[in-house]
Design a protein around this ligand. Structure first.
Ligand SMILES: NC(=O)c1ccc[n+]([C@@H]2O[C@H](COP(=O)([O-])OP(=O)(O)OC[C@H]3O[C@@H](n4cnc5c(N)ncnc54)[C@H](O)[C@@H]3O)[C@@H](O)[C@H]2O)c1
Length: 380
């Protein structure tokens, strides 16, 4: 344990490490520290480790104590989150939480299956600012219902896909943008050492959408974000190699090619627990730009003969900036989330059926989704 704490302090800094430990221990004497009183306008549904060590941490650090109410089906998790961060109250139900007069922004960080229905409930209650942790939906039906309600109410939704907000990706985007002309196709590879998820963990339950919704969605989403720097492909061909048909969402390789010649390979491996947490190696090539991202702790970029290297301490996967989306005007285009979720749900179905090879016309699927949700949309 001590070794892990020391290692985490070197990666995340002392303060964040303390909060990560506090999130695991949930001791009533642990506190997040003083902050000036602010109007309380933010509530949280789902008070687990992510709500504790990431969402509430960055809100408190950057905005102060805005915390109105929290809710969890496990009351002890709600109680410890309230005590640590100074939420005003624990809501007895989601309905009560969403009915509070001062509520402006709700963060949803519960189990995956519940995200969409809580977001719809919030929109029905007239809440206009809703942050949904990934995945925002685990089925096509949920996703359709979510977008229909969004379209009806005009609410703003934010997704917890954080990688596009990391400093490494922002830096790479600047270099790519500086190329000015369209440089053709992207090649992207990801080697992800993920957590070992026990068979009895809630991520594994049938309704939760597999590790494709739970984890791989991150790199699908990052790939879609990167494609949007240029022009979005209209079709994707997807090939999956399963190393074990009995655990199809672990130790797999997903290969995606597009009608624009792009090539993406995502390997998710979880054969042993990574001591320092999830570890991500990303390689990138686009025209003259070549880049390597080492676990969001550093990035190396080459443009022809020019080379630059940047280290990030603390490690920056983009969590802070992603969590703060409701407080910032310039956020990523929501349309990217729609496309990446469609792709993620398509691949989830493939994995559930052990399908090896398919093609999806993402442009048509997206158009259908928007038409069915009542949004008027014409493609460029
Ligand atoms: N963006 C990221 O990098 C990242 C990283 C980790 C987790 N997450 C996401 O955060 C969310 C929470 O994950 P976690 O790691 O905190 O898991 P966790 O198991 O620590 O916490 C989940 C919490 O939700 C509560 N819960 C379960 N069902 C509920 C329901 N129906 N209503 C209300 N509360 C309910 C549980 O009691 C628990 O307190 C998930 O969506 C997960 O994918 C995102």
């Amino acid at each position: 344990m001590l070794k892990k704490v020391i290692r985490f302090a070197k990666i995340y800094g002392l303060r964040r490490t303390y909060v990560k430990v506090a999130g695991r221990l949930r001791k009533p004497w642990m506190k997040s520290g003083f902050s000036l009183p602010r109007k309380k306008t933010v509530s949280t549904i789902g008070c687990g480790q992510f709500a504790f060590s990431t969402i509430s941490y960055f809100i408190k650090q950057q905005k102060g104590n805005l915390f109105l109410a929290c809710y969890d089906i496990d009351n002890s998790n709600a109680r410890s989150l309230k005590t640590f961060y100074g939420y005003s109250t624990i809501a007895e139900s989601v309905d009560q939480l969403l009915s509070m007069q001062d509520l402006e922004t709700v963060y949803i960080a519960s189990n995956h299956f519940s995200h969409t229905s809580y977001a719809i409930q919030a929109m029905e209650k007239g809440i206009k600012s809703i942050y949904i942790e990934k995945p925002i939906s685990v089925t096509q039906q949920q996703f359709q219902a979510l977008l229909t309600e969004k379209n009806k109410t005009g609410a703003t939704l934010y997704a917890g896909y954080n990688r596009p907000y990391s400093r490494a990706i922002q830096r790479l985007k600047k270099v790519v943008d500086a190329q000015q002309t369209n440089q053709g196709a992207f090649t992207l590879t990801y080697f992800i050492s993920g957590h070992v998820i026990p068979t009895d963990h809630w991520y594994r339950e049938e309704q939760e959408g597999t590790r494709i919704c739970g984890n791989m969605g991150h790199w699908l989403d990052l790939s879609i974000h990167i494609f949007a720097w240029r022009e979005m492909p209209t079709t994707f061909s997807i090939d999956i190699s399963y190393s074990n048909d009995n655990e199809p969402d672990d130790n797999i390789s997903v290969n995606i090619t597009s009608n624009l010649g792009d090539l993406v390979t995502i390997i998710l491996t979880a054969r042993s627990e990574p001591f320092e947490g999830i570890n991500e190696s990303i390689n990138f090539q686009y025209g003259d730009v070549i880049a390597k991202i080492d676990d969001f702790r550093s990035i190396d970029i080459w443009v022809k003969e020019k080379r630059s290297k940047k280290r990030f301490f603390p490690k920056d996967v983009g969590h802070q900036r992603a969590v703060l989306q409701p407080f910032v005007k310039e956020n990523r285009n929501w349309e990217e989330i729609e496309i990446s979720t469609l792709l993620m749900l398509h691949i989830t179905e493939m994995v559930k059926n052990l399908t090896k090879s398919t093609t999806i016309n993402i442009k048509e699927a997206h158009q259908r989704l928007l038409q069915n949700s009542g949004a008027i949309k014409t493609y460029n």
